[in-house]
Design a protein around this ligand. Sequence first.
Ligand code: SF4
Length: 191
Amino acid sequence: MNSFCPVAWPEDPTPENMKNCEECGLYKQGTRMVWGEGNPNAPIMIVLDNPGARENREGQPYVCGTRETLQRAIHEVGLYPDDVYATYILKRRPIRAYDKEQTRRICMQTHLDGQLQKQIPSFVLCLGNVAVQHFFQNPDVDVKSLRGEFHHVNGFLTAVAYHPLAVRRRPNLYRLFIEDLQLIASEITKK
Ligand code: SF4
């Protein structure tokens, strides 16, 4: 296996007609939209809660810890960066308090739903309880209860795993994280 080296995945630019979205009001916090990262034609669409910073304080591109852990696990299960595309329930990173439920619902309906219909990934992988509960549209489910198998959600074969940030904080979750990525990796290699 090649050695692992984290690299910034290419950003998928926000479509021109969406760039100035003010649908939910979160634009007032001043963070820019990040539409997605990675290969838009990838078989796996990863859904996270919201984008992390892609640039450091000096404005230089960097790979944050969340992305590094995700990339490391992807590498470890034998997937390639081209196999994945990462996007978010919220396309802007919140930096202050906001109405979480309403904002996530609006952003998802405005952007993620259309993105899914356009890209039609073979698999969706939701990372973390926020992504899971909103994607499954069920506030009572969580990663713990759904992980380890596929689910059919709105026509998409969907798996779930812990958020890479949680995995960084609790290294004992890394083994489960790998298992969940392996679930998808083994299906991809069958194709
Ligand atoms: S969070 Fe989503 S819906 Fe709200 S302004 Fe940003 S892009 Fe639009």
